[in-house]
Design a protein around this ligand. Structure first.
Ligand code: PLP
Length: 402
């Protein structure tokens, strides 16, 4: 049977067996509607409450009812941004960064198209924000909604959320952070940090796809985007996805119990993988600040080769990773994150993200390290651009773009 080595955990994670087990009774036995008056349905509600407590505990929320269950991280981000802008009224100034996930950039650009002022923070070559620019944008005297991610999904670089929150709150703004990649990987305590809203997603922390949550600090005004019934205290209508909510609660509980050990395990494997690749693959470099990043992520560029070609060859030998570059898939666009970081042209198309989880093993890393030098050498042999950067894009489609 073909080997599968899964090192793409920032894309999605395996559902933990404990999570699957916690969900099963809610498909087979306790399938009632938690809003029902009868005991069979209404009795399920206590399991929703328990799950809400577990999600709240993972991020240090003081009140479980500050957690609203959603369908995914994208929904949480959309709800946070559009819901707070709508509730503020008028035309608040929207602030974000160049390196956000599309689930933040999408609603921000939608608002810009509707006539809202949008300011986009730059990052430097290490993927860091400039706090003076955060201050400059937050202190305009206008009402502000700022949405700034906590950890970058492509590079793993961590933004200084506590410092940014302080600046944004001093300017009187609302602060939302997309914590989809950091939740469950590193400690979060919203009690101590001036955050108004925080998004997380189940499938990034070993719960299933199709469940997410939005933390809304008490007192934060938000207009619901799904209207109808009174579920989620009127903040999001729709009968609750009970099994998945229970699964998310279990995943948060597990993450809390295992966070330190998992982070140490992933960091050790990630560092060995990274050092091995840098030592054996010529023209490789790590993108982003290597000190201040998620313990499970490394983003490595390979000079004069194309990320998608590497991915295809990795896939051939059963290794699942990812690339930010979409060159061969038709858009010819390299990753917006790497472009924002001014990664040199000879490297920006050739990036691979490896992202690990608690389930990766030393054998997985050995296998990737065995395959990578062969793949990179092979692609370099085929590359017409190894010597000459001026010839432009080296994509599989032969686009020839400069
Ligand atoms: N935000 C970040 C930083 C992400 O990495 C992702 C998914 O990759 C999302 C939001 C969207 O989450 P979901 O897939 O749950 O919609």
């Amino acid at each position: 049977m073909k080997t599968t080595v899964y090192v793409d955990n920032n894309a999605t994670t395996a559902v933990a067996p404990e999570v699957t087990e916690s969900m099963l009774p809610f498909f087979t036995e306790y399938w009632g509607n938690p809003s029902s008056m009868h005991t069979f349905g209404g009795g399920v509600k206590k399991h929703l409450d328990e799950a809400r407590e577990k999600v709240a505990a993972l991020i240090g929320a003081e009140h479980p009812n500050e957690i609203v269950f959603t369908s995914c991280g994208s929904e949480s981000n959309n709800m946070a941004i559009r819901g707070t802008v709508d509730a503020m009224g008028g035309h608040p100034h929207v602030i974000t960064t160049r390196v956000e996930h599309a689930a933040v950039l999408g609603p921000c650009h939608y608002l810009e198209d509707k006539g809202f002022r949008l300011s986009t923070l730059e990052v430097d070559g290490q993927g860091h924000l400039n706090l003076d620019q955060v201050r400059e944008f937050s202190m305009t005297g206008k009402q502000t909604v700022a949405s700034i991610m906590w950890a970058n999904n492509e590079t793993g670089v961590i933004f200084p959320v506590p410092a940014m929150g302080k600046i944004i709150k001093e300017g009187g703004g609302i602060f939302h952070t997309d914590a989809v990649q950091i939740a469950g990987k590193l400690p979060i305590d919203v009690k101590d940090i001036p955050i108004d809203l925080l998004s997380l997603s189940g499938h990034k922390l070993h719960a299933p796809k199709g469940i997410g949550a939005l933390y809304i600090r008490r007192g934060t005004k938000i207009t619901p985007h799904i209207m109808g019934g009174h579920q989620e205290r009127g903040r999001r209508a729709g009968t609750e996805n009970v099994p998945y909510i229970v699964g998310l609660g279990k995943a948060c509980e597990l993450a809390m119990q295992r966070m330190e050990a998992d982070a140490a395990h992933e960091r050790k494997l990630r560092d060995r993988l990274e050092a091995g690749i840098l030592a054996t693959c010529k023209g490789a470099r790590v993108n982003g600040d290597i000190q201040n990043r998620l313990p499970n992520t490394t983003n490595i560029s390979f000079e004069y080769v194309e990320g998608e070609a590497i991915l295809l060859m990795l896939d051939d030998v059963g290794i699942c990773a990812s690339t930010g570059s979409a060159c061969a898939s038709g858009s010819l666009e390299p990753s917006h994150v790497l472009r924002a970081m001014d990664v040199p042209r000879s490297m920006v198309h050739g990036s691979i993200r490896f992202s690990l989880s608690r389930y990766n093993t030393d054998e997985d890393i050995d296998y990737v390290l065995e395959q990578m030098p062969r793949i990179i050498n092979r692609l370099r042999e085929l590359s017409p651009f190894v010597q000459d950067d001026s010839k432009g894009c080296n994509c599989a489609g032969g686009c020839g773009t400069p």
